[in-house]
Design a protein around this ligand. Sequence first.
Ligand SMILES: [Zn+2]
Length: 236
Amino acid sequence: MQKLILPMNQTQVLVGYKNAVYQTEWSRPHYGVDYANTTNDKTVWAMGEGEVIAAGMDNVYGGTAVVLYKDVYIHRTGEIRDLIARCYHMQELYCKKGQKITTASKIGLMGNTGQYTSGPHLHVELDLDTKWPTYTIELKNDSNIMKHGTGVDTTIDPSGVLYVKASAPDNQTLVPNKIYENGNWFAREDWVLPLYDQPKDYEQLYNQTLLQLEEQQQKYTQLVQKLCDLCKQAQE
Ligand SMILES: [Zn+2]
């Protein structure tokens, strides 16, 4: 099992998955999440341990990398699945087909290449269909790397999968983009992602503490009741 982390270290979210405002503005669904760097560092890193299935300059999506990540934990549902990740619009590519990558691998630089882009950003798309990794229902015709899909949508929300790795060497931060936030281009769940470094038993500890507090409260309630009864008896 592996957890995937953000592909850029200091980043902000611009547009969420299947965002309604995007759909109205561009007359098509948004099948991924858009991120932009908040510093001058445009490095795009691998999100986990994976294998590059395709990489190159696509005539529609610009600098494109298609990566297979296996046994990925989907924190929103608790499932573990193999996933295809597609990243678009990169200015430069540092990976090639067949390459094995880890979170220490630079796969490219964020850019503004290809169509469907109105400013520098990285489009991150996750797909459960690992059999046809370069197929997308978005395309009406094949591009040079991507293929026109069958019309079945197998993409999932990257915000339900990705983690923020706050510890070294990544030291990741994720913030909302103020301009886009006012137009409701994304939800809170798109930038409040779980921490990669959160202890595994965090949830268990939290639940235990809650239970203890409830037990204590019950005891106090019983005590107060006893005291009241005693008072009544004394008055009588
Ligand atoms: Zn996008």
